[in-house]
Design a protein around this ligand. Structure first.
Ligand SMILES: CC(C)(COP(=O)(O)OP(=O)(O)OC[C@H]1O[C@@H](n2cnc3c(N)ncnc32)[C@H](O)[C@@H]1OP(=O)(O)O)[C@@H](O)C(=O)NCCC(=O)NCCS
Length: 133
């Protein structure tokens, strides 16, 4: 069973961890598999956007929709905040190169040139989330 729990809810940041309990007879028997962090534009005024950061780190298990679960829960939090504060739900993420296709699944597009972060090439990616009435 997949679950997502907020670990540090506040007005300006969001952190979430996904957990699962796989059947005992599977080889993949970890139960804490991923985390995600998001912040409002107040936290990084220079970019004036929501930010997906401290991105997802999945331990052992991938391709089981944990990444999707985390990104969608963060996007939901962002859309609710954007609706309340009357600001655009524009989000940026600094993606490692192999993860770019993952973010693209959620509508993120490339912005600017690749850059180095702690010795790893990264790409800024941005999405503008629709805010329902
Ligand atoms: C990238 C990562 C977060 C994806 O998480 P995941 O749980 O495997 O992804 P999901 O199972 O939720 O996949 C959601 C969708 O994205 C696709 N996807 C996942 N990883 C992808 C990748 N690297 N490139 C392209 N598409 C990818 C899946 O096929 C799936 O597509 P679908 O919904 O059309 O079937 C995970 O592989 C990971 O943590 N990698 C190592 C750390 C890392 O790179 N973190 C991101 C740092 S910026």
């Amino acid at each position: 069973m997949h679950t997502v729990s907020k670990t540090s809810p506040s007005t300006s940041s969001f952190a979430s961890r996904s957990k699962t309990h796989l059947p005992a007879n599977t080889e993949q028997s970890v139960n804490a598999v991923g985390t995600i962090r998001g912040t409002t534009p107040d936290v990084y005024p220079a970019i004036n956007r929501y930010k997906l950061s401290r991105s997802i780190r999945l331990y052992v298990i991938t391709k089981h929709r944990f990444g999707r679960l985390l990104v969608e829960s963060l996007h939901k939090w962002i859309v609710e905040d954007a609706k309340t504060t009357h600001r655009p739900a524009e989000v940026e993420a600094h993606s490692q190169i192999p993860a770019m296709g993952f973010y693209a699944k959620f509508g993120y597009t490339i912005e600017g040139a690749q850059f180095d972060d702690a010795g790893e090439p990264h790409q800024n990616m941005v999405v503008h989330l629709p805010i329902p009435n």
